[in-house]
Design a protein around this ligand. Structure first.
Ligand code: CTP
Length: 398
């Protein structure tokens, strides 16, 4: 942690008192620490304590009322390697999710150039309230890492989830962040995600239920490790922002192929998680098709296989990963795709597994690689699945 620059944002919850221990751990490990406090947080921990431990002045107001000095929130943003907001109260969470800016901490957050991590702390009912869940999801989609609150006794006397993670845990997360943040530095990745929509007429299409969650989770995992990502996604509600991310939104398989062809030669690896429609209407009608006869026949033609195209272009130094969603004979079909599409490994989902596949936040996968190793993983969150796939891929990067 020597020389790492950590900006701590402290908002007004009882857990603020624990930040003193975190600052001590960070300082002992050689990190530089600056702190910004919301005005409410000084009811829970004294700015003098925070300034003394961090050996830096503490930012609370936009300007110092004694000498009129301006606290430059942009400079804080440029200075930090990482911004940790802990504790994150429901109020500050709401402002971060919606761009509120009524104090120095929020102005700094909105000017931030570096990655942001948050450690929520709330009472039980507040933490599980749907608005909290929604706001945390917005932060997650904005690329912010969330350290989940832990279970235990809360200030209200209730027992349940809501306690801020302990200072030792926050310290470990920061250490892991700095360790991970250059793991994939200098490497470039192409990811396809989501469904494709194949137009029948101007208002109708052939599509599928893919949510895009797996592809976005993969992009998120790579970005957090310092890699650069070109994410080519079919229609999805998901969003992700990061300075190292180029997000290209497409509709049809042909659009997706076009974008992959533009970018494939520039990347070190490709992960093709999109659920591409296998067929499209021969010709999309120019006008909305009116109903007339009892039966309507739409002639379909095969879509280009985007992954197979990348397989034909793959250089010795590139790594190519595909997905297979099977209902039966999974391993056999996956082995065939691995070979046919010239892959390094293939990630197999089967719809037989509960909680796996389209729309779920969890997935259960197996990996079959080109040395015929077959590894099965437990059911886990798509974020954890992404971590495992990225870890497996690292062995193949040249
Ligand atoms: N894929 C692709 N372009 C397509 C079809 C599939 O890039 N037109 C990719 C998917 O993103 C996935 C892999 O190929 O990584 C496997 O897709 P799948 O549809 O299961 O394979 P197919 O070879 O089309 O086999 P089938 O539909 O017969 O199971």
């Amino acid at each position: 942690m020597q020389g790492k620059r950590i900006l701590l944002g402290i908002s007004g919850g009882i857990a603020a008192y624990k930040i003193a221990s975190l600052i001590r751990l960070l300082k002992k490990s050689g990190a530089e620490v600056k702190c910004i406090m919301t005005p409410a947080s000084s009811d829970f921990i004294s700015p003098l304590t925070v300034a003394t431990l961090s050996k830096n002045p503490v930012g609370i107001e936009f300007w110092d009322k004694n000498d009129g000095t301006w606290s430059n929130h942009v400079e804080y943003g440029l200075w930090a390697d990482v911004f940790l907001v802990a504790p994150l109260t429901a109020n500050t969470l709401h402002k971060m999710a919606h761009g509120g800016c009524d104090n120095l901490l929020m102005a700094t957050y909105l000017s931030m150039k570096c990655p942001v991590i948050v450690a929520p702390a709330m009472d039980l009912d507040m933490y599980v309230h749907p608005t909290t869940t929604r706001n945390l999801e917005i932060l997650r989609q904005d690329g912010i890492q969330i350290i989940p609150a832990e279970s235990g006794e809360l200030a209200s006397g209730l027992i349940g989830q809501g306690r801020m993670a302990e200072p030792e845990k926050l310290f470990e997360v920061l250490k892991a962040f700095f360790h991970a943040s250059d793991e994939l530095a200098g490497k470039k990745f192409l990811i396809t995600a989501g469904p494709t929509y194949e137009a029948i007429d101007p208002v109708r299409f052939i599509g599928n239920h893919s949510s895009g969650k797996m592809g976005f989770a993969l992009a998120d995992s790579i970005l957090k490790k310092g890699g650069e990502v070109i994410l080519i996604s079919g229609p999805t509600k998901l969003d992700l922002k990061h300075p190292n991310l180029t997000l290209i939104r497409v509709q049809s398989a042909e659009n997706m192929l076009h974008e992959v062809q533009q970018h494939w030669s520039k990347v070190d690896a490709g992960i093709f998680s999109a659920a591409v429609a296998d067929y499209r209407p021969v010709k999309a009608a120019d006008q909305k098709i009116k109903k007339s006869e009892d039966n309507l026949t739409i002639e379909l033609v095969k879509n280009p296989d985007i992954l197979a195209w990348a397989g034909t272009q793959k250089r010795e130094t590139q790594c190519l990963i595909g997905f297979a969603l099977e209902t039966n004979n999974g391993q056999e079909y996956a082995a065939d795709k691995l070979k046919r599409k010239n892959l390094d490994f293939i990630v197999l989902n089967t719809l037989e597994d509960k909680g796996a596949g389209f729309g779920f936040d969890t997935n259960k996968i197996s990996i079959l690689d080109n040395h015929n190793n077959f590894t099965s993983f437990e059911l886990m969150s798509k974020a954890d699945v992404a971590e495992n796939i990225v870890a497996y891929m690292k062995k193949y990067l040249k």
